[in-house]
Structures are given as structure tokens and as C-alpha cells.
Design a protein around this ligand. Structure first.
Ligand code: S3P
Length: 208
């Protein structure tokens, strides 16, 4: 009797299922400065075996100068235009894991592009965590103010209603990075692969 071929493995990892479901779409991380978009994004990209792209780094490469220099020489509106163009290019080159700068998702055109061609994760962080993290570096032009904590509070108030439109929200807090990455994987799997994502107290919401 001829042997019956066994079906292909039915035990693909959640990561492999996510990348298969993504197709050419990217995973885009949004949220405030200091929320951990680059740190988590780099680790998430390794888990998903996708390239990692950091929009701020790409903007600096395209402009041939640092972000503080772009703000100082050309002003914020010029930076925002360049940022929108660079993110559009990165999204069109997907699939990848893309970390965006904190203000990028505020632009409607960028939000629409992300919702059409990517899956977005808002890394939501409290003001005190953000302050603790941004204090370490002085390279954020928007925080060169007399009262950076008040500036962060105002930005959170302005931006959170918009960040809320992301597909997935994950609470970024002081726990091992791999725990946040696990929660991203679980939420992506739940959203893209239908099931397997239990809502946890730390995964604030996984769907819109
Ligand atoms: C900004 C955040 C920064 C950078 C620029 C403006 C913002 O990126 O794009 O300084 O408007 O919040 P990070 O969020 O990666 O710090």
C-alpha cells in the first residue's frame, strides 16, 4: 500500500504565522518619545525575521544632518514634510518593522498610509516613564524647553487621542523588553491570525 504523504507541518510558530499573514504589510510602532519604539521594534523585527527600519535614522540619512540640526536649520514644518515622505517610502518597501518618531502619526496622510499598508502598534507609556527615559539624552528638539516635564504632559494630552487610532495598544513599562515583545507578538497574532491572543491586563486592547 502506498504511503500517504503527511500534511505539511501544522505547528508553525506564531511569529511565522504573523509574517505569512502580513504579506507585504509592515508593522509600524507609534507613540511618544521614550516609549521604546526603537528598542522594542529592533527586538520584534528579530523575532519576526523582518528588517528593522528606524524612521528618525532614515530621515537623518536622507537629509545628511541630525534631527536637532534639521529643526534648527530648516524648522519643524520642513522636518515634518521630510518625515512624511520618508515614512511613505519605508512603508512602500515593506514588509518590515518600522519605528516612527513620536510626531509622525499626528499627520493624517501618514496615518492613512499606515492603516492602508501596515499594522500599527501604539506603545503607550506614562509620563514618568517617558521622563525617566528621555532625560538620558538631549537630542529631542521639542524637549529643549524650560519645563520638559510640562511639555511631555502637553504632548501626551494632544497626542494620545490620535495614537488611540492604532490597531493595537501595548502598555510600555519598566519590565524586561522581551515581555513587551511577547505581548506585541500575542496581539499581532490575535489580530492577524484570528485567535490565540488572550487579552491580558497589560495588552490594553488588541483591536479597534
Ligand atoms: C519627535 C520625536 C523624535 C523625533 C523628533 C520629534 C516628536 O523621535 O522624531 O525629535 O515629535 O515626538 P522619537 O519618538 O523616536 O524620540
Amino acid at each position: 500500500m502506498p504511503e500517504t504523504a503527511l500534511p505539511a507541518s501544522t505547528t508553525a510558530s506564531p511569529e511565522a504565522e504573523i509574517t505569512a499573514a502580513l504579506g507585504t504589510r509592515s508593522v509600524v510602532l507609534v507613540g511618544m518619545m521614550g516609549a521604546g519604539k526603537s528598542t522594542i521594534g529592533r527586538r520584534l523585527s528579530a523575532r519576526l525575521r523582518l528588517p528593522f527600519l528606524d524612521a528618525d535614522t532614515e530621515i537623518e540619512a536622507a537629509a545628511g544632518m541630525s534631527i536637532p540640526d534639521i529643526f534648527e536649520t530648516h524648522g519643524e514644518p520642513h522636518f515634518r514634510d521630510g518625515e512624511a515622505r520618508v515614512i511613505a517610502r519605508l512603508i512602500d518597501s515593506g514588509p518590515a518593522v518600522i519605528a516612527t518618531g513620536g510626531g509622525a502619526f499626528m499627520r493624517e496622510e501618514t496615518r492613512n498610509r499606515i492603516s492602508d499598508k501596515a499594522v500599527s502598534i501604539w506603545l503607550k507609556a506614562d509620563a514618568d516613564i517617558i521622563m525617566k527615559r528621555v532625560r538620558r539624552r538631549a537630542d529631542r528638539p521639542l524637549l529643549q524647553t524650560a519645563d520638559p516635564a510640562a511639555t511631555v504632559g502637553r504632548l501626551i494630552e494632544e497626542r494620545e487621542p490620535v495614537y488611540q487610532n492604532a490597531d493595537i495598544t501595548i502598555w510600555s513599562r519598566d519590565v524586561p523588553h522581551e515581555m513587551i515583545v511577547d505581548e506585541c507578538i500575542e496581539a499581532l497574532h490575535g489580530r492577524l491570525c484570528g485567535g490565540g491572543a488572550k487579552e491580558t491586563s497589560n495588552t490594553l486592547s488588541t483591536t479597534q
